[in-house]
Design a protein around this ligand. Structure first.
Ligand code: E4P
Length: 216
């Protein structure tokens, strides 16, 4: 499973990039707004200068024509940009048209297996089920990931499954077990994935033992 960072915060992206484990970044309008940035192109260009991998940027239009025009603009910013399009009839129409033009897409706001199948049939490069938001309303977000992975494999759909709306480290473990191609994680969760109390205790113990012997 590959790890993407789910943020529009440049500092977080810079810090995480140093670890050498981040393969891409996903943003959405809320994440960009949270950074008080209103020029999406500047944000995405900055991200592409840090991470050499797929960077998702979302369209705001709601009609197919507007989505396609916006997607063409967005994809001209960098060869690494992936256009995020919410699932809807308009979204599917746009994804199909963009697929024919060779523009990579990430079908977002996916909450059901039916939506996921339609996205794959339309030719979405990535399909993003939001596990945390499903859990929030008492559904089993991770079950959707497992079903998608199984069905995509069964029919040879090339779309990759991005486990999105990840809220805690257990979501990452479950996404890996379920066979998600990618988990897109907030910076806070990435840091939690690194930590383990026994590692910290072990490092302190090694240092203390070494100090004792070094002091003679
Ligand atoms: C994914 O592409 C989305 O940007 C993101 O995971 C949404 O997460 P949220 O439900 O925490 O807003």
């Amino acid at each position: 499973m590959r790890i993407f960072l789910d943020t529009a915060n440049i500092n977080e992206i810079r810090q995480a990039a140093k670890l050498g484990i981040i393969s891409g970044v996903t943003t959405n309008p809320s994440l960009v707004a949270k950074e008080n940035r209103c020029d999406l192109r500047d944000v995405i260009r900055e991200i592409t200068s840090i991470i050499n991998g797929p960077i998702s940027a979302e369209v705001l239009s709601s009609d197919p024509r507007g989505m396609i025009e916006e997607a063409q603009q967005i994809s001209s910013w960098s060869p690494n940009v992936v256009v995020k399009i919410p699932i809807s009839a308009a979204g599917l129409e746009a994804i199909s048209a963009l697929c024919l033009r060779g523009i990579k897409t990430n079908m977002t706001l996916c909450f059901s297996l039916n939506q996921a199948i339609l996205g794959a049939l339309a030719g979405a490069t990535y399909v993003s089920p939001f596990v945390g938001r499903l859990d929030d309303i008492g559904h089993d977000g991770m079950a959707l990931i497992a079903e998608m992975v199984k069905v995509f494999r069964q029919y040879g759909f090339p779309s990759q499954v991005i486990a999105a709306s990840i809220r805690h480290p257990l979501h990452c473990v479950a996404a890996a077990r379920a066979g998600a191609h990618i988990a897109t994680v907030p910076y806070r969760v990435l840091m939690q994935m690194i930590d383990h109390p026994l590692t910290e205790r072990g490092i302190s113990l090694f240092a203390a033992d070494w100090q004792r012997i070094a002091r003679g």
